[in-house]
Design a protein around this ligand. Structure first.
Ligand code: KG4
Ligand code: ZN
Length: 355
């Protein structure tokens, strides 16, 4: 089976071709047009995003076909992100996918963006397959899942307020760093002295109590808005003392350490509960090298393997949409002609249950 994937849920216009089966997948091409214009505004401007998708979608799809040396006649299906995301942005991809599919007699496969993130690592590392514990951390979502098999996702925990990427972006703004802020915060944090050598900022770890038990509400959930406020006060104190330049790196480091400690512990609890030896990270924040390293160190003792996609596949891209679409197409799932775009929708196959 060969699938063209289309992704336009936020600020990347992307097209890709993937072929094979979920056990043996090949990425034939991937084109990502990133909309840098949003940097000027410090966040994604929905109408500008939609208009840019309209400009980029045809060249992106043509380039993906060209790079893979394929024609539309070589495809078995067109997979497209239909939820969640900015509705105007999603409508560009879904409308184009439907038109292209209709005019070439191909089925359309609707893909949930977050299910796409779960498949991203598989394109590079065939061992990143179920059963595994998954941590999806992006600008809009923070989800802790148990994945016994593709298509079945048990929701163990999520954020109660800000997504992790959103917290990175807001802290970056407080520290005078550009948008999106995750990478700049990581780079600044790396320049701070380590805790043993006097890096001064320690922030309380949100929802991380030592004697927590699995039946506690917050055993798997996270919260980052209190941490963000603690960073705000630290920045204000440093500014009042005329010392912000000296303290910026240490504040970034203290924030990142608190986030990482929290995420590593929550993922560890989830993997232990379900006796999983594989962990798959997904979403833009999965690019964070310090997070990956801390996760690997924590799981080394349990002979656990931590998989993370490379940055190109961790952030939004159509390869992961094509991969999830290929799985869904093999299940016989096709969109009805009235398929639409939806701003928010649960991942198909998600369930929550008693621990
Ligand atoms: O998955 P993604 O590309 O888009 C969404 O679906 O949101 O994730 C973007 C998010 C942004 O908040 C960005 O700041 C964050 O991922 N991010 C990072 C890093 N690289 C990107 N956060 C922490 N460390 C990084 N190295
Ligand atoms: Zn995403």
């Amino acid at each position: 089976m060969r699938v063209l994937g289309i992704e336009t849920s936020c600020d990347e216009t992307s097209a890709a071709i993937v072929s094979g089966t979920p056990d043996d997948m090949q990425l034939e091409s991937l084109v990502i047009l990133s909309q840098d214009v949003h940097r000027l505004f410090g966040g994604v401007v929905p109408e500008i995003a939609s208009r840019q998708h309209l400009v980029g979608i045809v060249p992106a799809v043509n380039a993906a076909l060209h790079d893979a040396q394929r024609a539309l006649g070589d495809l078995d299906a067109i997979a497209v992100t239909h939820a969640p995301g900015l509705v105007g942005a999603l409508l560009v991809g879904t409308s184009y996918a439907k038109t292209l599919a209709f005019s070439h007699g191909l089925p359309v496969v609707p893909v949930h963006h977050l299910e796409g993130h779960l498949f991203a690592t598989l394109l590079e590392q065939p061992e990143a397959k179920p059963p595994f514990t998954a941590l999806l951390v992006s600008g809009g979502h923070t989800l802790l899942l148990d994945v016994p098999e593709w298509g079945r996702y048990q929701l163990l925990g999520q954020t109660r307020d800000d997504a992790v990427g959103e917290a990175f972006d807001k802290v970056a703004k407080l520290l005078g760093l550009p948008y999106p802020g995750g990478r700049p915060v990581e780079l600044l944090a790396a320049t701070a002295e380590s805790p043993e050598h006097g890096h001064a900022h320690y922030f309380a770890r949100p929802m991380l109590r030592r004697r927590a038990v699995v039946t506690d509400d917050d055993y798997f959930d996270c919260s980052f808005s209190g941490l963000k406020t603690a960073v705000l006060y630290a920045v204000r104190r440093a500014e009042a003392a005329g010392d912000i330049e000296q303290q910026r790196a240490s504040i970034a480091r203290g924030f990142q350490d608190a986030v990482i400690d929290t995420l590593v512990e929550k993922v560890y609890r989830a993997a232990k509960l379900r006796r999983r030896s594989r962990v798959v990270l997904g979403g833009g924040v999965a690019c964070n090298g310090a997070l990956q390293q801390a996760m690997r160190e924590r799981f080394a003792g349990r002979n656990g393997v931590v998989f993370a996609p490379t940055p190109r596949l961790a952030t939004d891209n159509a390869a992961m949409i094509a991969a999830a679409g290929l799985f869904r197409a093999l299940q016989g799932e096709h969109a009805a002609p009235d398929m639409t775009a939806t701003a928010s929708l649960p991942i198909p196959g998600i369930f929550s249950g008693k621990f």
